[in-house]
Ligand binder design. Structure first.
Ligand code: UDP
Length: 377
């Protein structure tokens, strides 16, 4: 059977890499090819390099000022020759990006079965996060197989009348990627992280990331104000913020936080350096989905700058706290973690609800069984 794995952004690449490796090992059963839309370019290429993945197809679609209309149209149009050339039986997509949604539609047009990884996450508000929630809901309608990371995501799909035998709970492949990489990263830190670590001089580290469209504008201004207050009130604390390349993020961050002694603004870190930094951090503040899933495996409390969440498991497990983009709340919850040792210990010692690092194996096992069932019939 022909398997086409399509992705386009950094987080998708990280989360699909273990699956690409797992399928590539099964050459007797599957012919696997990778297609990148390159919705992100530099950040995607870095991950492909780290995981030693060379895509067979590269649509190279990122253009300056790309909007959702142009991107969606380009993905569907440019995938047509790829689908006609490889004729996949199964198209694998991941998560909730424009690449995910548009590739599902294109794959469906080609007659392939659509397999959705990280299926079933929902906020149940189609406008938030924008456009991710609608991307994942639409992909859920189109998909033939739904690989859900948790029981909660399975329940969301069941409530939408998705057939139970098409939903497979696997854990999140992000943990596979993390566990595959973390020892290697710790054994051989890069020159950059060695240098950053020396500059930290043993100080407590607050690691920040943020990129979400829903926070662009006032949200990022309030987030930056909070970080400024934290930095000024706690001069012994060091904040490192790898700033996302989107100009809507870069502008307020540089303007408000550009000149504060204990805030270091740096370019997005390569995945392996970012893992190292997460491990070095005391607390992580983020609006990222992936970071919320990874951090508990490294025992790091996370404050999430979102008002809604499609990851309630993390809140229930006590590994994250939702702080929105409310300046005071961000400051207050950060200080609570810095000042209250018991609270800090409690949050850092919780079990990670997102998996055990065997998600890709479960996905490939399921696909092998499907094949065998057919052969028996
Ligand atoms: N990440 C990275 N470098 C950074 C920040 C994050 O490699 O400077 C990784 C992180 O480990 C996680 C993923 O990128 O696996 C999260 O991506 P992002 O926050 O862009 O997207 P989301 O997870 O919200 O979809």
């Amino acid at each position: 059977k022909n398997i086409l794995i399509i992705f386009g952004t950094r987080p998708e690449a990280i989360k699909m890499a273990p699956l690409v490796h797992a399928f590539q090992k099964q050459t007797a059963h599957f012919k696997t090819k990778v297609c990148v839309t390159a919705q992100h370019r530099e950040m995607l290429d870095q991950v492909l390099g780290f995981f030693e993945i060379t895509p067979e197809y590269d649509l190279d679609l990122m253009t300056p000022g790309q909007d959702l209309y142009g991107l969606t149209a380009a993905i569907i149009t440019e995938l047509k020759p790829v689908l006609e050339d490889f004729k996949p039986d199964y198209v694998f997509v991941h998560g909730d990006t424009t690449t995910t949604m548009a590739s599902s539609i294109a794959g469906f047009y080609s007659g392939a079965k659509i397999c959705h990884i990280e299926a079933g996450l929902r906020t149940h508000n189609k406008h938030s996060p924008f456009p991710e929630e609608i991307n994942r809901q639409l992909t859920g309608r189109i998909a033939d197989f739904h690989f859900a990371p948790t029981e909660a995501s399975r329940d969301n799909l069941l409530k939408e009348n998705i057939a139970p035998d098409t939903i497979i709970v696997t854990g999140n492949t992000v943990i596979d990627a993390l566990l595959e990489s973390v020892d290697k990263v710790k054994r051989k830190p890069s020159t950059l992280v060695n240098q950053l670590d020396t500059e930290l001089k043993g100080a407590d580290l607050l690691l920040v990331t943020g990129h979400r469209r829903e926070n662009h504008g006032d949200g990022f201004i309030r987030i930056c104000e909070a970080l400024k207050t934290i930095a000024l009130e706690r001069p012994a604390l060091q904040i490192i913020y790898p700033v996302h390349l989107n100009p809507k993020v870069l502008e307020p961050v540089n303007r408000i936080l550009g000149n504060i002694k204990n805030i270091k603004l740096i370019a997005p870190l390569a995945y392996h350096d970012f893992i190292w930094m997460m491990d070095r951090a005391k607390i992580i503040i983020t609006d990222s989905g992936g970071v919320q899933e990874e951090a508990p495996s490294l025992g790091k409390p996370v404050l999430v700058m979102r008002d809604t969440t499609e990851r309630p498991e993390a809140i229930d497990a006590g590994t994250v706290i939702l702080v929105g983009t409310n300046t005071e709340k961000i400051v207050q919850e950060t200080f609570a973690l810095l000042d209250n040792e018991d609270h800090f210990k409690d949050m850092s010692s919780k079990h990670n609800p997102y998996g055990d690092g065997a998600a890709s194996r479960r996905i490939v096992d399921f696909m092998m069984h499907k094949q065998q069932e057919r052969l028996v019939r």
